[in-house]
Design a protein around this ligand. Structure first.
Ligand SMILES: Cc1cc2nc3c(=O)[nH]c(=O)nc-3n(C[C@H](O)[C@H](O)[C@H](O)COP(=O)(O)OP(=O)(O)OC[C@H]3O[C@@H](n4cnc5c(N)ncnc54)[C@H](O)[C@@H]3O)c2cc1C
Length: 389
């Protein structure tokens, strides 16, 4: 990174540890996987064995009981090192739904194995092809039959489903027209995909712009034991929402990591590349976009830290978690574009990693929540503007 005053960072040791781990997985590693659209199995194994993916699981359940700020530092460093946490970041936070809303028996049964990595809970089945962002219109149903629920329907963009043992699934247990509140009637299930795959559940990979192990899933009379429901029937939407703030903060931290990587890469290149007998970085036309990207990244970083601090203090952090995600995604996307421009033609060459990271960071304008939805939330819930939908 550019010259600056050293700051006190309480996560300096964690950051150094993650950086050392990531150094074993350089650009060539990610490039080869990108070409094949292959899963970074060795990287995920290394992160798991080092305990980083169990950061948020309390020590009583075998995790390290760290704060969300520490978890954010871990994911930020993965991205600032040129890697990508999307293959496994959900292992860190999906379990939060069990931790906050699960029964004691569910916590005892699942959390220690998730902490050790023996169980992978990194598939999150919410989005559907017809409902998209309009989650309350989802159509997948769960019908109560004796001691089971029977699931029918379809999910899309269920990432990492082929690399997960369990999936957290949101399905409708009461028809929409029979509930009093729009947000009632949806329930959350922990689906053991090892038992279901190939019979009542079909997973099909979706090839995407970047290397992202995402899929669509069909459920055809999938039987899930009633004991796998999390919390109360009909209250699932609330449980999912409560987990989304953590997800937004952590993904915002990944965006900050991406922005730092782009700024560092561009700064170094602008100093080294000599044209017209001077480094291109001596031209203000090249300097200013890099400086602007840096300022935007620092501002977004402050919001991510503030959101994490408020999350740790408890209370409503919807506005901060959403603003952190919005600003960090914008900062990483601006930095990505700047980095391509700084590199000129080489920004498009695979071996520089710039084009790969550029494609990867584009996702965060859309997922896990698109920027429009955040603006709409802020307009309506923070500023009191009229409801638009
Ligand atoms: C690679 C990838 C991985 C993903 N992983 C997961 C996952 O693991 N689990 C999961 O459940 N989902 C996942 N998603 C889904 C992701 O959360 C959604 O794509 C995202 O929320 C947007 O929904 P949509 O794609 O259905 O877009 P749509 O809802 O169809 O929206 C299309 C566009 O219209 C805009 N729009 C819609 N309504 C409004 C409005 N009222 N006002 C203004 N603008 C509006 C949106 O902002 C968007 O830009 C993933 C998506 C991708 C691409």
């Amino acid at each position: 990174m550019p010259k600056r005053q050293p700051e006190h960072d309480e996560f300096a040791d964690i950051r150094a540890g993650v950086r050392a781990l990531c150094a074993k997985f350089p650009g060539e590693y990610w490039r080869a996987l990108d070409r094949e659209r292959a899963y970074p199995t060795d990287f995920v194994k290394a992160l798991t064995e080092a305990g980083y993916l169990a950061a948020l699981i309390p020590e009583d359940f075998g995790g390290s009981g760290l704060s969300i700020s520490a978890a954010a530092a871990i994911l930020e460093e993965v991205h600032a090192s040129g890697g990508n946490g999307a293959a496994c970041h959900a292992q860190m936070y999906i379990m939060g739904t069990i931790l906050r809303h699960g029964s004691d028996a569910q916590k005892q049964r699942y959390l220690p194995k998730i902490a050790s990595g023996d169980l992978r809970l990194q598939a999150f089945g919410v989005t559907e092809p017809t409902s998209g962002t309009d989650t309350l219109s989802l159509r997948t149903t769960a019908r109560h039959e004796g001691d089971h629920y029977v699931i029918n329907g379809q999910k899309i963009w269920t990432s990492r489903a082929e690399h997960s043992d369990l999936m957290l699934l949101l399905a409708r247990t009461t028809p929409r027209e029979q509930v009093n509140k729009r947000t009632d009637g949806l329930s959350v299930f922990l689906v053991d995909m090892r038992l279901a795959q190939g019979t009542s559940m079909t997973i099909t990979p979706i090839r995407t712009m970047m290397n992202h192990a995402t899929t669509q899933i069909f459920f055809d009379d999938l039987r899930v034991p009633a004991e796998n429901m999390i919390g109360e029937e009909g209250k699932g939407f609330r449980y999912i929402l409560s987990g989304m703030n953590a997800e937004r903060i952590l993904i915002a931290a990944e965006c900050i990591g991406d922005a730092k990587w782009f700024i560092d890469k561009a700064t170094r290149y602008a100093k080294e590349r000599v044209l017209f007998e001077r480094p291109i970085g001596q031209n203000q036309g090249v300097q200013f976009p890099i400086a602007r990207a840096y300022a935007q990244m620092r501002a977004a970083e402050l919001m991510v830290r503030e959101a994490a601090r408020k999350y740790e203090a408890g209370g409503d952090i919807g506005p901060e978690a959403n603003m952190a995600k919005l600003l960090a995604a914008d900062a990483s996307w601006f930095a990505a574009d700047m980095c391509v421009q700084t590199h000129g033609g080489f920004g498009f060459a695979e071996e520089y990693d710039v084009e790969r990271k550029f494609r990867e960071t584009r996702l965060y304008q859309v997922a896990p929540i698109s920027s429009n939805m955040i603006l709409s939330y802020l307009a309506e819930h923070v500023l009191g503007l009229p409801r638009s939908y």
